[in-house]
Design a protein around this ligand. Structure first.
Ligand code: PLI
Length: 472
């Protein structure tokens, strides 16, 4: 062997490749461990084949959710020490309000303990019994709060969103004809607001385009209907606009975010995702009357209107988190890591929702386990099987998550039957992604042996959190 050939070449030297990398380095670590397989089997059975019921100490790589599971920066941890824990008028609250105003552009802010606290307030404030709320695909807690307020959610997302193989670049878009048809059918006075999510969680983390939100706003304005935004993962949505929408390639994430929000009347936010904190949320509006109503309600359900269930230190970490989350290099690395995992799986022919979204990889359980009928919960089964294989925890996003129709009591049968592998922000490395991908591949290779589940316990609300199953 020649001297030259014995020197291993890096991929970069070979292909002239330039990789992205995270714009941070690791200062503190939290040990994790992989239980032996017999213990994983026992843990899964004891958890009723529901990954929500596992103890986190029994999980190796935790991809259950990106909600509240991100790593805070040294600046945010330093910010915790700046907490002003006054019951009323905390300094951190005013900083948070100014930060949301600066980056999202809304006028009035009501703090809440997390996203569903804000969903509760906006739903109760705007929805009357018998109203209809159109939206770009349901989200579990969002729709439930709309229903509890007396409304009916109507899905007006484009058809492509329900097809995991369709490569539409903006599968989160609203179908304007579906929206118009609803307005014609029920009348604009029965539609308190259009519920727009950026990116769409249940569709696979798919974005909505700037052109679409502009068009939605124009249509809504014609009828005097409000547009409210679920801003939970808007940074990632802004990234996809920058990447895919002509005219936005040279705009910053911060500029895109602000422009997008300018086409809406307000927003609710689970700060546990894109705002890089472990707990927190907020409601924002440009409407004074809505602000007055929700600011009054927050003291009943969440806490005083200058903390809404958060500690002063939480609000400080949240304000700092917003400033970090709008950085272009951060969002690029964030989506880049999700894409890295998705591309490994795609290369092995494993069926996932395409295009790869912003916060998670969604395995298509219908194509993974085609022999398991939807009534035997293929996605629930797959999430359990992955945990048993490696200790990697994902979650079901299919028939169990969709729940029952409150009028008929029947299962809702979503077209998408998925397992979500959600990547926490700034937590895991590329090596963790390799381990995850290899575990999915191992389960894929044994897919023909899989057996479905039967549900043996079903709670009334948001059943996916607490339902229990047995192996068929
Ligand atoms: O979990 P909350 O209450 O902070 O936020 C509720 C919520 C609202 N909208 C969207 C799009 C969400 O994704 C969301 C929560 N999502 C969770 C917990 C998740 O695992 O995706």
């Amino acid at each position: 062997m020649s001297e030259e050939r014995s020197i291993p070449q890096t991929m970069g030297q070979q292909f002239g490749r330039r990789s992205w990398a995270e714009p941070w380095k690791i200062k503190m670590v939290e040990p994790i461990r992989q239980l032996p397989r017999p213990e994983r089997e026992r843990a899964m059975a004891e958890a009723g084949y529901n990954t929500f019921l596992l103890r986190s100490a029994d999980v190796y790589i935790d991809l259950l959710t990106d909600s509240g599971t991100g790593a805070m920066s040294d600046r945010q941890w330093a910010g915790l020490m700046m907490g002003d824990e006054a019951y009323a008028g905390s300094r951190n609250f005013y900083r948070l309000v100014e930060t949301i105003q600066a980056y999202y552009g809304y006028k009035y802010i009501v703090p809440t303990h997390q996203g569903r606290g804000a969903e509760h307030l906006i739903s109760q404030a705007l929805i009357q019994q018998g109203d209809f709320i159109p939206g770009n695909m349901y989200f579990t807690t969002t729709r439930l709060h709309q229903e509890l307020a007396g409304g009916t959610f109507v899905d007006v997302i484009i058809d492509e969103a329900h097809d995991p193989t369709d490569l539409h670049p903006f599968k989160g878009n609203i179908d304007l004809e579906k929206l118009q048809a609803l307005i014609d059918r029920v009348g604009p006075e029965r539609i308190p607001y259009i519920s727009v999510a950026g990116t769409v969680n249940m569709a696979g983390g798919q974005p909505i385009s700037m052109a679409n939100i502009k068009a939605v706003k124009a249509l809504a304005d014609r009828y005097g209907i409000r547009v409210y935004l679920d801003a939970t993962r808007m940074m990632e949505n802004a990234f996809f606009i920058q990447e895919r929408e002509p005219g936005y390639e040279d705009k910053s994430i911060a500029d895109i975010l602000k422009e997008f929000c300018s086409y809406t009347d307000g927003a609710w936010m689970s700060a546990k995702k894109d705002n890089l904190v472990n707990i927190g949320g907020w409601l924002a509006t440009n409407e004074e009357a809505v602000f007055e109503r929700t600011r009054n309600m927050v003291v009943v359900y969440e806490g005083l209107h200058t903390y809404g269930g958060m500690a002063g230190r939480d609000m400080e970490a949240l304000a700092i988190g917003i400033t970090e989350a709008v950085q272009d290099d951060y969002v690029r690395a964030r989506v880049g890591q999700v894409r890295y995992l998705g591309e490994l799986l795609t290369d092995w022919g494993i069926p996932i929702v395409q295009p790869i979204g912003g916060h998670a990889i969604f395995l298509d359980a219908k194509r993974f386990y085609p022999h398991i009928p939807q009534d035997e919960f293929p996605a629930q089964t797959l999430a359990a099987d992955i945990y048993i294989d490696s200790g990697v925890r994902g979650m079901e996003r299919g028939i169990v998550s969709a729940g029952r129709n409150p009028e008929t009591g029947e299962h809702r049968r979503p077209k998408l039957e998925l397992v979500r592998l959600t990547i926490p922000r700034r937590v895991y490395t590329q090596a963790h992604m390799d381990v995850v991908a290899e575990s999915i591949k191992a389960v894929w290779d044994k897919r023909h042996d899989a057996r479905g589940l039967k549900m043996v316990y079903e709670p009334k609300y948001l059943r996916f959190f607490q339902a229990r199953f047995e192996r068929l």
